[in-house]
Design a protein around this ligand. Structure first.
Ligand SMILES: *Cc1c(COP(=O)(O)O)cnc(C)c1O
Length: 232
């Protein structure tokens, strides 16, 4: 192994700590989600060994495989990719967070499957904050309807919003996008009721986590800087 995963992991924790210090924030208010994608289980196990517990996958099959082969009950599994309704049934058996919900229909399906498993599943509503058309997430105008649907649900717990900025390390491009997500959250605070609370803002990845923390992120999703480059 050219560079040790644990040392890269500690560098990321350092980056988070430094960003928090500059922003006057408490690092305990940031959850790092390690995004392992195509990397082997052994890499994930190394991080668990270092004490890390939050892991994310963006493909349903990858998450299924990971949850089946790594049985540690303390691990919190996050799904962060494009969510297909037919994948929810299986995911609901074990997933802790689904960060990429942007349709009423998906919320209702998660509720049904989580109820059948007698579990609660944390959900973030993904909002399209980027100017790039192909980025997924609901339009900001749809947020109110989605949150209305979520309020009475018993097994879905909406905890906040998720967004992906334009792929760029130019802070002047990504900052307004992150700020947009935070503003949207603030504007919808009055909808916190029943199963809806909006304390979480999942935004920021390898290239832009500092800007995201300055703009109020409570979760950052980091792949490359921990696990190394990948093919997609
Ligand atoms: C891959 C991925 C990440 C992590 O991206 P890096 O740039 O490798 O840190 C974060 N969020 C989502 C939704 C992803 O698909």
């Amino acid at each position: 192994m050219p560079e040790d995963i644990k040392s890269r992991y500690h560098s990321i924790l350092d980056r988070i700590n430094t960003a928090c210090k500059l922003a006057g924030r408490d690092p305990s208010g940031i959850t790092l989600v390690a995004v392992s994608k195509t990397k082997p289980d052994s890499d994930v196990l190394e991080l668990i060994d270092a004490g890390h517990l939050h892991f994310g996958e963006n493909r349903a099959k990858a998450l299924e495989d990971r949850m089946a082969s790594i049985e540690d009950p303390n691990v919190q599994w996050h799904f962060i990719g494009t969510l297909q309704t037919n994948k929810i049934k299986f995911m609901a058996q074990r997933v802790n967070w689904i960060q990429s919900v942007h349709k009423k229909k998906a919320l209702e399906e998660i509720e049904k499957r989580a109820a059948a498993e007698n579990r609660e599943i944390n959900v973030l509503i993904q909002v399209n904050i980027s100017e790039e058309d192909q980025k997924s997430g609901c339009d900001p105008e749809e947020l109110e309807t989605i949150l209305n649907t979520a309020q009475p649900l018993a097994h879905v717990k909406v905890k906040g919003l998720m967004g992906m900025a334009t792929l760029s390390d130019n802070p002047e491009i990504v900052r307004p996008e992150f700020r947009k997500l935070r503003t949207l959250r603030d504007e919808h605070r009055h909808m916190e009721s029943g199963s809806v609370s909006l304390e979480q803002l999942s935004m920021g990845m390898t290239n832009d986590l500092e800007v995201a923390i300055e703009e109020g992120a409570t979760m950052v999703r980091v792949g490359t800087a921990i696990f190394g480059e990948r093919n997609y």
